[in-house]
Write a protein that binds this ligand. Structure first.
Ligand SMILES: [Zn+2]
Length: 134
């Protein structure tokens, strides 16, 4: 089975299969290293601090604050048909940052430091995006 996050495909026969399970349930997931305690979001199958592969999956907070944002008017390959769109970097309450698409709002409605929610939004063709909502 294949599930696409944005326009990138992931195959379930990898160390990231559990990530796909979380995505299919509409949940944000990160990993925590059992050896050194480092938190990884986006999740990592191998710890970048101590190189251990002994990690546990964990639910991530879906609330956070906008760190920065920009509106894309000239889309890269594969995104030409969806411009303009606004992407936001969000710092999650429990730690970790992600890039998501501003959803159901416009650039003029947001500001740096603003509280937002992150939800997984399903698009056509089994594609999922991180949708940023006010
Ligand atoms: Zn570690």
């Amino acid at each position: 089975m294949t599930l696409e996050l944005g326009k990138v495909s992931f195959v379930t026969a990898t160390k990231t299969k559990e990530y796909l399970d979380y995505l299919e349930k509409g949940k944000l997931a990160g990993t925590k290293c059992k050896s050194c305690g480092a938190l990884h979001f986006p999740p990592r199958a191998d710890c970048d601090q101590c190189m251990s592969s002994d990690v546990e999956w964990m639910d991530m907070e879906s609330k956070g604050k906008i760190v920065t944002y920009t509106t894309i008017h000239v889309g890269p390959t594969g995104f030409e048909d969806v411009v303009p769109y606004t992407i936001c970097m969000v710092e999650l309450e429990g730690g970790g940052r992600l890039l998501g698409w501003l959803d159901e709002a416009k650039e003029e409605d947001i500001s740096v430091g603003q509280d937002v929610s992150v939800v997984l939004k399903e698009l056509e063709g089994d594609r999922v995006i991180y949708a940023i909502r006010l």
